[in-house]
Ligand binder design. Structure first.
Ligand SMILES: *[C@@H]1O[C@H](CO)[C@@H](O)[C@H](O)[C@H]1NC(C)=O
Ligand SMILES: *[C@@H]1O[C@H](CO)[C@@H](O)[C@H](O)[C@H]1NC(C)=O
Length: 371
């Protein structure tokens, strides 16, 4: 018993030694797509990047049932990703040449946390009340608390404060939050007061202000390479088009216009942070613009209007054990609001290697990772 315990301790020590000194060469193996110096990757956000944090939650914002994950692995077991296969965070981990996807906070154990943690939670928002009609979820503020908790464990694992600082400074931080502050807040006037309290312009300013305090906290905890994803073309989703009058327009313009105001705020936030925090780099991923100048037809996508899966009553997500379309590669929308794997891949690919001058600002994730 005692010997066994000592052997385990020794192996753990060897592992820590290897991760401290050989971490990058082990996890980032040269890479054809990138010369990334990033050996750790933290993910914050909502359902576009959640990979299992809402599993078994009390509530509706979950993807731990069929048909979610139908193309993720051969056994077709749902993982908690809100799509048929891999999500944006998964693709970026692949582009960075990580050997494994970043584990959800819910499943992290021991030394695993050194490579990074995924805190993202479906229905989460910048504002704490966002998504309350969807039940249990982890708001961005709570995700930041979880991160502080994880960091406190780094002191034990890495020995000294300066080791911890060096490690945290080298990580990539991805933030994809804000879409639910519109869809699951501002544009649900029966349940939330924000649309009477704020004009769209005022709301965008209020959200950006709150986010800037939250991101400052992340910076103070060691984040130096931060990619902030903007809001997408939510007004073109099957959910929005079924729920709101769109007056002959192909999308719900009032939703898209409101989100564009938020995106303008995010871009100027990034500009300010890069001016005020000279030792850090923040970038903005213009998801809206990427979707507008969509290149997914090159991959064979032909259906941009209908969801691939049969929707449940609320029009947001798939019906439990519901039907799915025959060829998932031909659809951009998986359910009422989330892209298919091919849609996720398009967004992630252009966030990583910008193809259009407005895809990213001031540069793409590949460039950020090499700094
Ligand atoms: C599915 O659609 C894609 C894109 O159009 C096409 O390349 C592929 O061959 C299709 N797969 C099947 C099994 O029909
Ligand atoms: C790209 O960004 C510039 C500067 O913000 C803007 O003037 C231009 O209209 C944008 N182009 C497209 C195609 O979105």
């Amino acid at each position: 018993m005692e010997l066994h315990g000592k052997v385990v301790m020794l192996m753990l020590n060897i592992y820590l030694f290897l991760t401290m000194f050989g971490f990058e060469s082990y996890w980032v193996n040269g890479a054809s797509s990138s010369n990334s110096k990033v050996g750790c990757y933290f993910i914050f956000g909502d359902s576009l990047v959640d990979n299992g944090n809402n599993n078994n939650n009390k509530g509706l914002a979950r993807a731990d049932y069929k048909p979610y994950g139908i193309d993720f692995s051969k056994n077709m077991i749902p993982t908690g990703r809100f799509t048929n296969g891999r999500n944006i965070a998964d693709f970026i981990a692949e582009f960075l040449s990580f050997k494994n996807y970043i584990p959800p906070f819910k499943n992290t154990r021991g030394w695993n946390i050194l490579k990074g943690v995924n805190y993202a939670s479906g229905a989460a928002g910048i504002r704490d009340e966002t998504g309350m009609t969807q039940g249990e979820r982890t708001s961005f503020n709570k995700q930041l608390d979880q991160h502080n908790n994880i960091i406190s464990k780094f002191n034990e694992l890495l020995g000294s404060k300066s080791n911890v600082k060096t490690h945290l400074n080298s990580c990539l931080y991805m933030v994809n939050i804000g879409g639910n502050d519109y869809l699951n807040n501002y544009f649900m006037p029966l349940y939330y007061k924000t649309s009477v309290q704020f004009t769209p312009q005022q709301y965008a300013i209020a959200l950006t202000k709150q986010l800037s305090l939250q991101l400052k906290g992340l910076y103070e905890k060691g984040a130096r390479k931060v990619a902030i994803f903007g809001g997408g073309i939510v007004g073109c989703s099957p959910y929005a088009k079924a729920k709101f009058d769109h007056k002959g327009s192909s999308c719900v313009d009032k939703i898209n216009n409101a989100i564009q105001l938020f995106n303008i705020g995010l871009k100027s936030l990034v500009k300010d942070f890069n001016t005020n925090f000279g030792d850090a780099n923040f970038i903005f991923i213009d998801v809206f613009n990427i979707a507008l100048h969509d290149t997914s037809s090159n991959q064979g996508v032909i259906n941009r209007d209908n969801p691939c899966c049969e929707l449940r009553g609320d029009g947001l997500q798939c019906e439990v054990n519901g039907k799915v379309c025959g060829n998932r590669s031909e659809y951009i929308f998986w359910d009422g609001v989330h892209p298919t794997e091919i849609g996720m891949m398009t967004l992630a690919t252009r966030a990583f290697n910008a193809q259009h001058p407005n895809d990213t600002y001031p540069f793409d994730i590949n460039h950020l990772a090499q700094l």
